[in-house]
Design a protein around this ligand. Sequence first.
Ligand code: SF4
Length: 489
Amino acid sequence: MNLECGVVLPRMGRIMYNPKSNKAEEFICHDEVLASLAFAKANKNNLELINKILDKAKLGKGLTHREAAVLLDCEIEEKNQEIFELAQKIKQDYYGNRIVLFAPLYLSNYCVNGCVYCPYHAQNKHIPRKKMTQEEIKEEVIALQDMGHKRLAIETGEDPVNNPIEYVLESLKTIYSIHHKNGAIRRANVNIAATTVENYRKLKEAGIGTYILFQETYNKKSYEQLHPTGPKHNYAYHTEAMDRAMTGGIDDVGLGVLFGLEGYRYEFSALLMHAEHLEAAFGVGPHTISVPRIKRADDINPDDFDNGIDDDIFAKIIACIRIAVPYTGMIISTRESDKCRERVLKLGISQISGGSKTSVGGYAHPENEKEDEETAQFDVSDRRSLDEVVKWLMGLGYVPSFCTACYREGRVGDRFMAICKEQQIHNFCHPNAIMTLKEYLEDYASDETKKIGEELIQKELATLENQKIECAVEKNLVSIENGQRDFRF
Ligand code: SF4
């Protein structure tokens, strides 16, 4: 067994592991996942090997899935402490104390699939189905802009009749066209079903940020059982979606699994294999990794699933992903409570949602709360407003960022990764975070949040190492106070 490359010789008739292959079952090779799990189990108390892996991890260049699997399984208390400390250090080195904020926007909950963990599945006949008109989308976007959001994640169910690609493209046009008061949506990430290269090309032309698609589970057998009907049943088509997205010109893709569906160790190794595949085949790894856990929703009871993970394992997974792929952003949503979010922010999370609604049309008409809850994709645990989340982050020592500059300045895909791997991203991100926070404070914050934010900005200005940049930021902050918007490096 070769730890470095993670290659394992297949048994007769078995599929060969090949990270460069464009076939799902070769780059997420089941035998290789199992071999990695067995290797990790056999070495979970192997101090010499764990020290060797940690030494490599300290270089901040990442780990192979097999090395990371050993850290995830590690049972030596003192080494686990070291793993958490290292994750915090890497988080600080690559992302500083910035946390990027976004909100999900559900356009339609029509869906033809049969996913057993999602209330939008086609067999659910009592959930109200809703698809927003362009006028309704406009209302939602105005409500989101009035909260202070600049970055959205667009969500729809899969339904070629109700939610064709043309509907998504038209909606993106609507979203980008709205400029209410000082508001604007400057980056719309898209989370829609796996589609064709041609449709990905259209999404790219429509100016999307990241294309996000959760794998749900990488275990083919479980995947097919959890997706018994609909186009999503096709494991290979779903798993190879990111290859088609990148072939279609999309620079940034976001991976994720739904923890709780399958054994977490399997998902963890396979998720990192997916990242290694994108790097091997396209020269650029995933832009983000999301770590949702299965939650209660309309006809979904998380207790029906055997593989739920507790907060301690969840934290360890996040720390080990942070160490394995230091240059990939990590996202956590309002599925998690504020307490849980606070714990994992320092271990590696770089983006969080705030003030979220997971129903169709939930922002513009908060008075329809009951209906919202009936059409929500999952129960939100963190129900605080965006202003409360911003204030909370600042109280914890983070700088809430509404920055979308990299994508708009063409720092995407391999260009973004190159800057990030060199740990140069601070030079752009930190001044941009300060300036976008200032915009938020001027336009949307409560008095108390504004007061805390102004003090934080003064403190953060002093941390800018480049004096020329510091002067430019100070000048721009005055211009923002005088009504100008959208400064960026
Ligand atoms: S997870 Fe997505 S594809 Fe599956 S039922 Fe829900 S909305 Fe449809």
